[in-house]
Design a protein around this ligand. Structure first.
Ligand SMILES: C[S@@+](CC[C@H](N)C(=O)[O-])C[C@H]1O[C@@H](n2cnc3c(N)ncnc32)[C@H](O)[C@@H]1O
Length: 234
């Protein structure tokens, strides 16, 4: 019997930039590719799309594709969804659903000296991120100190994307909101944190990324064992 991954790749009918038994990365436009995947109950989108906020950082002056215009998530809403940044495009979201929070504050007590990472309880851009779920769920908070430029829970791991998410966070979302039978899709894959998380749990997942500049570094990342202290503790 074919795996849910192989079934979906047959429907997509495009060569994967990376593939193993659990995960695949496709270089392309998710608005076209998602049309080829039936929105069955076992397909779950977990993704961090461009929010439409024209976000740039001086360490990466190249804009994120799609971030220059309001984000319309209509092409995702036929699927079960877990979406970051929903507050930026909430007018497009159905009223049904739930919101959860990624608390990015440091939990160390004793301030900067004790923490040795930076001022405790602060992040450069914001202390939390909203995550919208297309289904009813317990309103909850996941705590994982990050501060995008410090990457506290992946300290020492090479950063390859300006809005890279922690693998531990993506792992928690997968464990909380999917089942082992599900196919997880991250249509805005970036650094492929979702794919790494899925594979570490033995789950099936497809990532789609439009910007060619992230494909080769992501293929490297997916091909190399992730040396990450926090992940080895999970
Ligand atoms: C906010 S970033 C996601 C970063 C990701 N969460 C990570 O951990 O690295 C959004 C990504 O979506 C990509 N993107 C934008 N429009 C796209 C499209 N139509 N299809 C596929 N990828 C797209 C951008 O190039 C960018 O890498």
């Amino acid at each position: 019997m074919k795996s849910p991954l192989d079934d979906a790749l047959t429907s997509i009918n495009l060569e994967a930039s990376y593939k193993d038994a659990n995960i695949a990365l496709i270089h392309g436009d998710c608005r076209d590719i998602l049309k080829k995947i039936p929105a069955t109950k076992n397909v779950v989108i977990i993704s961090d799309p461009p929010y439409g906020i024209k976000w740039v950082h001086n360490s990466n002056p190249r804009p994120i594709i799609g971030d220059d215009a309001p984000f319309d998530p209509s092409h995702l809403l036929g699927f079960k969804c877990v979406l970051f940044g929903g507050q930026h495009y909430h007018t497009y979201l159905p009223l049904l659903g739930s919101w959860i929070i990624w608390d990015k504050r440091c939990s160390h007590k004793g301030g900067r000296k004790a923490c040795n990472i930076g001022p405790c309880h602060t992040n450069h851009i914001g202390d939390y991120e909203d995550i919208w779920l297309s289904f009813h769920a317990h309103r909850t908070i996941f705590r994982n100190y990050w501060d995008g430029w410090i990457k506290a829970t992946e300290s020492g791991i090479k950063r390859i994307h300006p809005t890279q998410k922690p693998v531990a966070l993506m792992r928690w979302l997968i464990e909380s909101y999917t089942t082992p039978e599900d196919l997880i899709i991250d249509p805005y894959a970036g650094s492929c944190a979702t794919l790494l998380a899925a594979r570490s749990l033995g789950r099936y997942a497809i990532g789609i990324e439009l910007d060619a500049q992230y494909i080769a570094p992501s293929v490297d990342r997916l091909s190399t064992p992730l040396e990450c202290p926090i992940l080895s503790k999970l």
